[in-house]
Write a protein that binds this ligand. Structure first.
Ligand code: KIV
Length: 272
């Protein structure tokens, strides 16, 4: 398939669907603060995900469950101020959409109104059908998330590959179809067999963005701290590291400490 690469000044949910139609792969990374989002946006990323992985990488929690709606809005508004080209998608955190669809809509509205983001992301399929429908009816673009859904980690028990068995794979395919029918503009598929991800990507018209879902999907997303090598203790098979920032930063900081201790810093030129 030949790839038509169009220039976009501002990426919208429609641009992502168009990219799928044109065979252009979609690039997505997470960001949670202004400075990182500025770098990511300037590098021409198509979409920035203000993921609830902020709970892990920014706050040091073991899971994504503790992060609150207020905290997600704080991270999202910092990212929105930096993003001049990228579409900004924000995770609705655990506990702010599961009770009922009205609560889900209220949370989605708060994210859109208070952060200025362009879309929200929810984890799950048929279980949250009503909530997804209600949010979409209010004119808020929704990205789905299936496969390994970290908000359900205590149900799964482990972070291993999902949907290897036929029953779970079939439910995932049905959920992807359902999210498309409801009107979601894209779906993230996390940590599932590449063959299944390919099948899903070919069966729906909306973009499928993978993380640990192989190369036969419409785009890729990674946690920016992981691909930059800041989280050096985390090395799943799907992760490609583009830098070893943990070591680079540690060396720089150790050098600073040594320079202060030895009175090398500041020197005369660095003084007024
Ligand atoms: O929260 C997050 O960063 C995510 C990605 C891993 C897709 O949901």
């Amino acid at each position: 398939m030949s790839v038509v690469k169009k220039e976009y000044k501002r990426i919208t949910v429609k641009s992502l669907v168009e990219m799928k139609q044109n065979g252009e792969k979609i690039s997505m990374l997470t960001a949670y603060d202004y400075s990182m989002a500025k770098i990511v946006d300037a590098a021409n990323i198509d979409a920035i995900l203000v993921g609830d992985s902020a709970s892990n990488v920014m706050a040091g929690h073991e899971t994504t469950l503790p992060i609150t709606l207020d905290q997600m809005i704080y991270h999202a508004s910092s990212v929105v101020r930096a993003a001049k080209r990228a579409l900004v998608v924000v995770d609705i955190p655990f506990g702010s959409y599961q009770s009922d669809s009205k609560e889900a809509l209220r949370s989605a509205i708060r994210i859109m109104k208070e952060s200025g983001a362009h879309a929200i992301k929810v984890e799950g399929g048929s279980e949250i059908k009503e909530s997804v429908g209600r949010i979409l009816q209010a004119g808020i673009p929704v990205m789905g998330h299936l496969g390994l859904t970290p908000q359900s980690i205590y149900k799964f028990g482990t972070y291993t590959v999902r949907a290897k068995e036929e029953e779970e794979a079939q439910k995932l395919k049905d959920d992807a179809k359902l999210l498309e029918e409801l009107g979601c503009f894209a779906i993230v598929l996390e940590k599932i067999p590449a063959k299944l991800a390919k099948e899903v990507a070919e069966s729906v018209s909306i973009p499928i963005i993978g993380i640990g879902a192989g190369g036969h999907v419409d785009g890729q997303v990674l946690v920016v701290h992981d691909m930059l090598g800041m989280t050096h203790e985390f090395h799943p098979r799907f992760l490609r590291r583009y830098l070893n920032l943990y070591d680079e930063m540690s060396n720089a900081i150790s050098q600073y400490v040594a320079d202060v201790k030895s009175k090398d810093f500041p020197n005369d030129e660095e003084s007024y």
